[in-house]
Design a protein around this ligand. Structure first.
Ligand SMILES: Nc1nc2c(ncn2[C@@H]2O[C@H](COP(=O)(O)OP(=O)(O)OP(=O)(O)O)[C@@H](O)[C@H]2O)c(=O)[nH]1
Ligand SMILES: [Mg+2]
Ligand SMILES: [Zn+2]
Length: 293
């Protein structure tokens, strides 16, 4: 049997990239799989057979490494969390929220800051310094001035990547710039609100020349953190890890408790204040949900 990767699921068909022939076949799915409630989504690795008419039938879905619920996609290596330095303004709370979601899903993360020419590289680097200190990889790009595109290509090489980030930051533009021929639809940022409406809708894996695969999606459109427990949230802020277990109280929520090692680290600027503030806000969200508010 052949093996391949589902690039797109559309109208009951699955478009499968054959690992050997490198061709894409339009496949249906064996009724048995449907009965077993075995769903097949973009990114799934499957076994399939070819019929005489050149179409295929998916016979088996291989085990998933991971999967995201929104967008629905499986077997991702990494997420490129993309923001613009301006237009729309860089929303650090949303950035931190996406970072938490990526940590929960145990995905490799690259932060991509686009439209740097609207500020300057120095300004952009300064604003992202706290994230670099935490250990996140940050790349700076401008589609307009063709900056940082090779760095982005390098990150995408040989990986299955998902783009996440608000509308209008230039995710589709970046992909068009690094992979001529894609011709993804690019939206106009509304002048009035300086924010786009998501131009990209369905989930499709696109092939890159350097063996990479990438999904151009809004990414993590469900931004709800309330499924996380209060005890777990702290682990999704990597800069907290060194201080955990050093607080006077155990457990410590690092909010109201005295002699809290995390708060002390914030006081001496070992942990960025805005990151801590966002932690507190997410904590409140998680706690409110638990109380059923
Ligand atoms: N100044 C500037 N504008 C850019 C840059 N990159 C993209 N844009 C513009 O930003 C707007 C939005 O770009 P898109 O690529 O559609 O953004 P997106 O992130 O894919 O948006 P959605 O698909 O809606 O999620 C377009 O008008 C682009 O031309 C850049 O580096 N500098
Ligand atoms: Mg887009
Ligand atoms: Zn504490």
């Amino acid at each position: 049997m052949r093996e391949g990767r589902v690039l797109k699921a559309l109208g009951g068909y699955f478009f499968v990239h054959d690992f050997e022939s490198k061709e894409v076949y339009r496949c249906t799915i064996r009724g048995r799989l449907k009965k077993e409630d075995c769903d097949v989504v973009t990114g799934d690795l499957v076994k399939f057979d070819l019929l005489d008419d050149g179409s295929g039938v998916v016979e088996e879905r291989l085990e998933r490494k991971n999967s995201l619920f929104r967008p629905v996609i499986a077997n991702i290596d990494q997420v490129i969390i993309t923001f613009a330095i301006l237009e729309p303004d860089l929303d650090f709370k949303l950035l931190d929220r996406l970072l938490v979601l990526a940590e929960v899903a145990d995905l490799e993360v690259t932060i991509c800051i686009n439209k740097v020419e609207l500020a300057s590289l120095e300004v952009a680097k300064k604003r992202l310094l706290p994230y670099q200190k935490v250990g996140y990889r940050v790349i700076y790009t401008s589609v307009k001035e063709e900056l940082g595109l090779n760095a982005l290509k390098e990150v995408l090489k040989d990986n299955v990547s998902v783009f996440a980030g608000p509308s209008g930051v230039g995710k589709s533009s970046l992909l068009n710039a690094i992979q001529p021929g894609l011709e993804l639809k690019v939206g106009e940022v509304s002048q009035r609100i300086k924010r786009g409406r998501h131009t990209t809708r369905h989930v499709e894996l696109l092939s890159l020349d350097n063996q990479g695969w990438v999904a151009d999606t809004p990414g993590f459109s469900s931004l709800d953190l309330s499924f996380i427990t209060t005890e777990k949230l702290q682990y999704f802020f990597p800069e907290f890890i060194n201080y955990l277990g050093q607080c006077k109280f155990s457990p410590c929520s690092h909010s109201h408790e005295p002699q809290c090692a995390v708060k002390e680290a914030v006081a001496v600027e070992e942990i960025a204040t805005h990151r801590y503030q966002n932690y507190l806000q997410f904590l409140e969200e998680v706690e409110n949900k638990k109380r059923g508010w």
